[in-house]
Design a protein around this ligand. Sequence first.
Ligand code: SRM
Ligand code: SF4
Length: 574
Amino acid sequence: MITDKAVAPAPTEEKKLTHNEGLKTAIPTLAGNIAATLNDSGAICFSTDDEQFLKFHGIYQQDDRDKRKTGKLYIWMIRGRIPGGVLSGPQYLVYDRLATNYGNQTLRITSRQSFQFHGVVKAGLGPLMKELNEAMMDTIAACGDVNRNVMSPPVPARNEIHKQLLVDATRVSEALMPKTKAYHSIWVDGVQLNLDEQQNKDFVDPLYGKTYLPRKFKTAFAVQPVNDVDVLTNCLGYIAIEENGKLIGYNLTVGGGLGRSHGNAETYPRIADVIGFVTPEQLIDVSKGVLTVHRDFGDRTNRKHARLKYVLEEKGAAWFRQELESRLGYKLAEAKPFKFTKQGDHFGWDTAADGSKFLGLYVETGRIKDKEGYRLKAALKLIAEKFAPEYRLTPSQNIILANIKAADEAAITKILAEHGVPVENQTSALRRASMACPSMPTCGLGLAESERYLPGLMGQIEGLLSEVGLTDHEIIIRMTGCPNGCARPYMSEIGFVGKGPGRYQMYLGGNEACTRLNKLHKDLIKDPEIIPELRNLFTRYAAERVGSERFGDWVERVLWKEQAAAASAAPAAN
Ligand code: SRM
Ligand code: SF4
């Protein structure tokens, strides 16, 4: 049975619990002093402790890093909870309006199918949150030591299976929501909870207990053969298994995660283990079971070592399965065979199984905005107003407009064209398969540029590929401004990970299905060295590739073998 009582022994050694554990214990409602500070017009920012509580409400306190020379300008980032990334047309309009009225005029599609508002000023924070909630949407648990936005394949192509997945993803998202009333009290009623009141002090979440999880927890659902959600990078993953076109259940995967820190070998990206098979009826119990194993066995003494992946790595998949089964009170069936062949999104018009039309649109680095000659934000708003399609956010930071009548296809294409947005030949194969995290100027953890740097670099890489006879060739390239891995660079064929201004680590060798971790190629490469290094690699790749071999597979077959041979030939150091 899944309970709120931790069953693992509390840490016995002298190791101290982290500061965040103390915060959660002291204020288990997660209210902090947020409402008081929010209502205090003289306060320019929240305390550092309240910053931690704000995360559970989907909010990050940031400062504009471009403005640091002239002092700290506080801004806030707000992330939605949008299970499966699906919004109705009217809901999309709310996001558009709030970004325009309170944010920096842009909407950022995230790598987990959500939207982020950036650049919200303090006076706008309360109204934005209130209006979002009044429109029956929320940001609960979009961040914090809880289950985050649950992913589900965005393409509506094979309707029945995909529909069921969205239903199940939403069910799991709801079941794993924290139950504190602080969120509504602060953001809807505008009232500070009385922290001295006994019932607030004694609050225990029925699932999470008093201190929630040791760290964030991520869940995704996938449909073979397209690994568009990068399922194996999640703490909890469900791979749909079908028989005769019907969903019979899911393979359960546990213990994926990507975050690492420079110079700390105890932190590393990890691919999930396949644990067993779960029927749709078992889904909620199993999800709660996996989450509570993290709750009870995750490391609460070191936030860098607190993710579920380390429990799996250290205790093993067999131990995990036994522990889960003992909580469930039944044995899991064995996992079924599965295979992913590719990742990524669908672009252009297509027809879903029910005959409705859908349109995949490329969004550069996930940023919906208007710029000279390319007014994507205005076009998407107009389309929502006139046709109210479904807006589906993809895990590769693109968008799909779905549930469209065939008769409306031409009019939607026309609106987009009038705003400079093509529906055919939207961009190169290289850009379609790329991702970058936001990094500067909003992310406080960014060490190097990412979102603002990758598009320019892509132009140069496109040129390089043409030079070696590989025009419009697809290579999965992902960039992040630091090693936390927000755009999942460790699963790409070429991954750039920020180390310092204009400096990156370069990883190579992921595969098309994003089921293989890449490996470090250069620990430090400076901005001007990137293109010469890629020129050497691409020249060899173009000459040596076998048939339609992908870049990542060539790296695996040739480059890593060479490196292994060179390493074994080198004289051993004494
Ligand atoms: Fe992330 C922290 C942005 C997906 C691993 N991530 C952050 C913060 C909130 C920075 C902070 O803590 O101050 C970034 C906000 C930047 C900004 O200005 O917007 C941030 N993460 C993002 C987004 C927006 C990147 C994007 O390009 O879309 C993604 C939001 C997803 C969502 O809607 O929930 C995002 N972050 C990810 C992913 C990818 C995924 O989940 O599929 C990862 C790697 C997978 C994983 O979790 O292992 C990821 N983010 C991290 C980490 C490292 C966690 C760790 O285990 O060490 C941090 C740092 C932390 O938590 O301390 C982080
Ligand atoms: Fe910020 Fe690093 Fe995540 Fe990029 S990868 S958004 S720099 S935390």
